[in-house]
Design a protein around this ligand. Structure first.
Ligand code: SF4
Length: 53
C-alpha cells in the first residue's frame, strides 16, 4: 500500500499524488498558491503541486 501523508488531507482523485483509497496526499509536502490578484475565499487558492493522473 502506498504511503499517505496524514497531515495533508485531499479529495482530488484526479491528481496522481492522491492516495488511491484514502483521502490524503502521498507527497511529503505540497505548495499552495493562488490564481487571484487578491484572494478572499478558499476557492481562490490552489494546490500547485497538482499533477494530472
Ligand atoms: S498534490 Fe495537491 S491535489 Fe495532488 S493529491 Fe496532493 S494535495 Fe491533492
Amino acid at each position: 500500500m502506498e504511503k499517505c501523508n496524514q497531515c495533508i488531507k485531499c479529495t482530488v482523485q484526479q491528481c496522481k499524488h492522491h492516495h488511491q483509497s484514502r483521502n490524503f496526499c502521498t507527497l511529503d509536502c505540497i505548495e499552495v498558491g493562488t490564481h487571484e490578484a487578491n484572494p478572499k475565499m478558499d476557492q481562490c487558492t490552489d494546490c500547485t503541486s497538482f499533477d494530472l493522473r
